[in-house]
Design a protein around this ligand. Sequence first.
Ligand code: ZN
Ligand code: ZN
Length: 347
Amino acid sequence: MGDVLGEEGLDALIVTDLVNVRYLCGFIGSNGVLVVTSSGRVLLTDSRYTAAARTQVHDTEVVIAGRDLMDRLAEVVPGGRVGIEAEHMTVARRDRMAARLSGVELVATAGLVEGLRVVKEPGELDLIRDATRIADAALSRLIDEGFRGRTEAEVAWDLEGWMRASGAEGASFDIIVAGGAHGARPHAVPRDEGIPPDTLVVVDMGARHAGYASDCTRTVATGTLPAALEEAYSVCLEAQRAALAACRAGVHTKDLDSVARGIIADAGLGEYFGHGLGHGVGLDIHERPWLRQEGGEVLQTGMVVTIEPGIYLEGVGGVRIEDLAIVTDDGCEVLTGVSTDLTTTSI
Ligand code: ZN
Ligand code: ZN
């Protein structure tokens, strides 16, 4: 972090995003501000977290402030140029901060801590592996047992319950279970409706474990598929496998997206793949790097990304196939252990 301050010409950085605070010092709570300088770090929190901070926080001085942490901010912020996280700060909070830090030049910054988070440490990779195993077990149970007459919402709730029973802190995002035409909505919300026969069901889920997320989508059949969905599945799978085969350090995210997008376009289905190929996963379920046509970056060893092309046929159904993978020097390590072959599950 000291290097980043130097590169940015900052005397300090005030970290207000709680995920970034957790990443840097270990604090888990709803009220914390971390001040980072070249000589050290100070965490401001309130008395509800005195005991928790003592056990969680490492290499950081802890100051217990009142509920409004800003009251003690001036004591721990040095003068000079001080960065704030512009993407994680309301205008009102910035103004309150400025009012208490007279003589300090507040500088808007973006993505400084996120830039440190993008390549994972070995310990972080282990936690993501564990989160993936927990989700895999729940998904495998669903595929083996079948939907058993449950509604989409009941299936989503059972998946979350099974993951919690296996040690997850919860689901890493709101689980998607979407059958038939509902599956044509990439971010469908599970309904109080049963799973229809002879169609596809999109199940997108992940576990949160020790703060770290996993992310996986499988699309299963519930009988004999209409030709359009059978074709969509096989094209999507071909695109997903080709992108996994092309995923390695040194490849630009845009080019990786193009691998999958080209296969889907060549099959005449390009207009039905509207989202990016994937995203990074870590403490946040969606974080850098972004695998899509816009912007992007070169993949590096130790990044964790999803590869998740989808094809969505309005009024008919949808398919998305998503694996989580660690980028390596000469390829990638696929973490998701559930087969991507088309599987028929009973309703
Ligand atoms: Zn997902
Ligand atoms: Zn995803």
